[in-house]
Write a protein that binds this ligand. Structure first.
Ligand code: ADP
Length: 245
């Protein structure tokens, strides 16, 4: 059974129909890259399935339970969020908290985990992303790539069943991008389930198991990453791949 299913999700901003009935299915261990031209609705899709944006319609199946995306209770959202993690484009770290405090905050406040145990979890996840020696630094003392690795550690700390990434490297230069992608590659090899909105074609091709290609609020093509890159079927996909080569 799929870990996560989204059925016919719709979202309109004003008279701009941004998601026109998108359906996706993610199994445990899948790494799904969401590709497509700017403005095609990728970020909106991710934000709607993490309830940062309210969808106008659609069903959401997670962990065996089904919800109406346009009418889901705060309580259900909170319960689902406990099992998911989100990594933003611009890291969203608290500037006035140290690296370790950024990671432990969600554990001690929202989950009532004892601070000693939270520290141990934080060190563990910071080690995973190669940031343990920076635990007492403040975000402003770190590069963008290091901040994003801390943000990934923070998302990992709550042991999510699925991680969502919204263009996690688009604010970074190529070298810093590489170190973040390396962390994501390691997570993928450990079996972490991920949905990644990205412009990194190398990552999509080499690391993801599935690719979803969106344009104008619809999924134009999707499939196993290998197939998608070696034998794209739709003219729009072929054109996109040609332009991003
Ligand atoms: P992508 O991630 O593929 O670049 P987005 O999901 O960010 O696309 O945006 C899709 C469309 O939705 C764009 O036309 C964008 O201007 C519009 N949009 C996104 N968020 C909002 C918002 N909060 N209010 C109004 N329009 C929005």
């Amino acid at each position: 059974m799929a870990l996560l299913q989204v059925k016919d999700i719709k979202k309109t901003f004003g008279d701009n129909e941004v998601l026109k009935g998108v359906s996706i299915e993610v199994n445990k261990g899948d790494v799904v890259s969401v590709l497509g031209p700017s403005g095609s609705g990728k970020t909106t899709l991710l934000r709607c399935i993490n309830f940062l944006e309210k969808a106008d319609g659609g069903r959401f199946v997670f962990d065996g339970r089904e919800y109406d995306l346009s009418d889901i209770s705060k309580r259900d959202i909170a319960a689902i969020r406990k099992k998911t993690g989100f990594v933003f484009q611009n890291y969203n770290l608290f500037a006035n908290k140290t690296v370790i405090q950024n990671v432990t905050l969600g554990l001690t406040s929202a989950r009532k985990i004892h601070s000693k145990e939270a520290d141990a979890i934080a060190i563990d996840v910071l080690t995973k992303v190669g940031m343990e020696s920076f635990k007492d630094y403040y975000p402003s003392q770190l590069s963008g790539g290091q901040q994003q690795r801390v943000a990934i550690a923070r998302a990992l700390a709550t042991k999510p069943e699925i991680l969502y990434f919204d263009e996690p490297t688009s604010a970074l230069d190529p070298q810093l991008t590489a170190e973040v992608l390396e962390v994501m590659r390691n997570l993928a090899s450990e079996g972490m389930t991920m949905i990644v909105v990205t412009h990194e074609m190398g990552f999509a091709r080499d690391v993801s198991s599935h690719v979803i290609f969106m344009a104008d609020g619809n999924i134009v093509e999707e499939g196993p990453a290998k197939e998608f890159f070696t034998a794209p079927k739709q003219a729009r996909t072929k054109e996109f791949l040609r332009l991003t080569e």
